[in-house]
Design a protein around this ligand. Structure first.
Ligand SMILES: Nc1ncnc2c1ncn2[C@@H]1O[C@H](COP(=O)(O)OP(=O)(O)O)[C@@H](O)[C@H]1O
Ligand SMILES: [Mg+2]
Length: 441
């Protein structure tokens, strides 16, 4: 019996729990959640509901259940050193230590690492701890992006053209960021199409999973404010319609160099997921950022396709034997769409912002996966709370069928839900292809 501790309570962790339970090994799953996810609870032998910083309770829960290893889903506990804590308790983790998680938690750390080890992919960039020199630095740049140096839940980055227009406004944003964060990163804006490449890493070997494209904007046609992610798709050929074959290979090559560099820099082996947020530009692949964990929604695209035993992969990451495993994914297309309450993601002053919990009815649709996020199971049924409620995933031989399956399942859900009907559709994909054509010239 392999006894596994899973930390996290979102749809990403729901699909992780499901993938653990698909293992051929005899497993017992113990889940630590900050609020109850009925999907994860259903798959778990026992559940601890507490803050991820509650070391005492987590330590006790792990000891009582004789945990063999832990899997960490979200970035916050990584940033707060949960892996270091568990290591002290004698429990290894799939997930980096606090120091290695700087790959996600400090954008300056990552940019400097690439620069120091001569790894391609950086924009022109500089970090500032005061406004001194910002004006001079941005003067020659065509487009500017301003980023707080810390975790922002995907809501802190300001992009010229999207969030502000002029250089004066850029400096204003820097000023505001410096009031809250110790430093601000200012960088050159890239033009291109983005993709997520979630790689598995044991500290030496890096293995890519199929690339995925996420949709951050709240509304159809990539309009409205940024969200945690409204949905995502992947293709049966494990590429994306606007990518060249070498683009994915370039993202993987950068990540392999980063794995080596971070070991040289810290003396520690990075064990977990290195998720590169890349952008393909006219001049090739560039790095936007790394995340130190699977994406939410992107985990829901790739984990259901995994043919290799996930528990074997976790053990290989911990033991440093990933090179001995042949990691395979089904050649299928996936479309994930989040259903959300209507008020989700809107600014507080918007008339429709916020939402009270409302009841929904979800019926089973054959072949469609349902992953719970912010939902509450009460005696009289399932309720949405205020955030992304359920990830609906269609899986099929082609993108069109996967998209239709997801839409079919969403149409059968009863309740005041919203979602993005355009994710995974031909018209949106054609826009991406056209955009990339224009960029490549
Ligand atoms: N240098 C850049 N050029 C163009 N767009 C960028 C750049 N950096 C970030 N962005 C845009 O901002 C989004 C968020 O930035 P990212 O670095 O991924 O931070 P986070 O996910 O922590 O908010 C990206 O998905 C991308 O759309
Ligand atoms: Mg990002």
């Amino acid at each position: 019996m392999i006894r596994i501790l899973l930390i996290g309570n979102g749809a990403r962790e729901h699909v992780m729990a499901e993938t653990v339970k698909r293992s051929a090994h005899d497993t017992a799953l113990f889940s630590c959640m900050k609020s109850n996810n009925p999907g994860i609870a259903f798959l778990s032998n026992d559940v601890l509901t507490t803050s991820y910083d509650d070391r005492e309770k987590i330590g006790q829960f792990a000891r009582e259940n004789k945990i063999d290893f832990a899997i960490i889903g979200p970035e916050d506990p990584l940033n707060n050193g949960i892996v270091d804590f568990l290591k002290n308790e004698g429990i290894p983790s799939v997930g980096p230590t606090k120091s290695l998680a700087r790959l996600e938690t400090s954008k300056a750390f990552t940019r400097n690492l690439l620069e120091k080890y001569d790894i391609p992919g950086n924009p022109q960039f500089r970090t500032f701890t005061s406004l001194d020199g910002i004006e001079e630095f941005i003067a020659p740049l065509d487009g500017i992006v301003v980023k707080p140096d810390g975790l922002t839940g995907g809501k802190g980055v300001m992009v010229q053209g999207d969030h502000f227009q002029t250089k004066d406004e850029a400096i204003e944003h820097c000023k505001k960021i410096l009031e809250k964060y110790p430093s601000v990163m200012v960088e050159e804006k890239f033009e291109g199409e983005e993709f997520s490449l979630q790689c598995l890493c044991d500290g030496i070997t890096v293995v890519a999973t199929p690339p995925v494209q996420d949709h951050k904007r709240r509304f159809v046609g990539d309009k409205g404010p940024n969200t945690g992610g409204m949905g995502s798709y992947s293709l049966e050929d494990h590429s994306l319609p606007f990518l060249k074959k070498e683009d994915v290979a370039e993202g993987l090559a950068i990540t392999q160099m980063v794995a080596q560099a971070i070991h040289q820099e810290t003396g520690e082996y990075y064990k977990g997921v290195m998720y590169g947020g890349f952008i393909v530009t006219r001049d090739g692949v560039r790095l936007l950022e790394y995340n130190a964990r699977f994406g939410d929604p992107e985990a829901m695209n790739i984990l259901p396709l995994l043919k290799t035993d996930f528990v074997d992969i976790c053990r290989a990451i911990i033991d440093g034997t990933l090179k001995d495993l042949n990691i395979e994914f089904e050649k299928k297309a996936t479309v994930c769409k989040y259903i959300v309450p209507g008020g989700y993601g809107l600014p507080a002053d918007h008339p429709d912002a916020g939402s009270t919990s409302s009841k929904i009815e979800v019926s089973d649709t054959e072949g469609v996966k349902v992953y719970y996020s912010s939902v509450d199971k009460r005696e009289d049924g399932l309720y949405m709370t205020s955030s992304r409620a359920i990830g609906i995933v269609g899986i099929a031989d082609t993108l069109d069928s996967a998209e239709e399956m997801a839409e079919g399942a969403i149409a059968s859900i009863k309740g005041p839900i919203d979602h993005r009907p355009d994710i995974g559709t031909k018209s949106l994909i054609d826009k991406r292809i056209q955009h990339m054509k224009e960029i490549r010239g």
